[in-house]
Design a protein. Sequence first.
Length: 239
Amino acid sequence: MKSHNENAKRVSSPTMREGYLGVVRVGSSGRILTVALSLGRATDTLHAALLALMFCLPVFAQNHDHEYAPLHEKPFEFKDFTYKTLEGQSINLRELAAGKKLVLVHFFAAWCHNSNFDVTTVKALHEQFKDSGLAVIGICEYSKPDEVRKYLNKHQPAYPVVIESQKEKDRRKSSHYAYRTAAKDVRLWGTPFNVLLAVDEFSASGEVVTGKALVAFGELEKADVEKFLKERLQPVSAK
């Protein structure tokens, strides 16, 4: 499974005429860890490749680690949106927030293993607090329709899931990338990216709904978010 956390790439250098092999590990934080081998002769490529693979085995073994992140407040403009579900239904942020106290906007990629971990927590929070004033919406990024369908069939989220982008080359054009940049998230792909919005701070109208939000640069820490939501959301009175 392709991951935004650890991407191993084989690269060559045109500046070294006799040959060069490098294995580059890109961490989700944007940190680049490199194992590189300089070759005296091109005929040594196979030997070097095997040696490089030996160095990289720990990298591949770590591809399924969790990536938890705390919520913290960031000042940036979050805008109203209308995106469509896989079935073509339009979902608008302001309409979704009507009558709610908080909205959790869960940006994810269907192929990202951390997103596939985080959805369990997001589903649990939605189920626990949906009747107490929490709305949840998933926004899928950089994923093909068949990948989205596989994700939905696997996890069966009860909250709406919409699609903003389908191609990885559109990363820098997405609102997801713009918000992450504004919030100073330095991860490469940056999924999952969770944004918690207070509805009582929404503007009455206009494109920008709020000028600040609580964000998590990774998987939600369930216990901490539960504690926060219990403090902010009054339980529904038993009838």
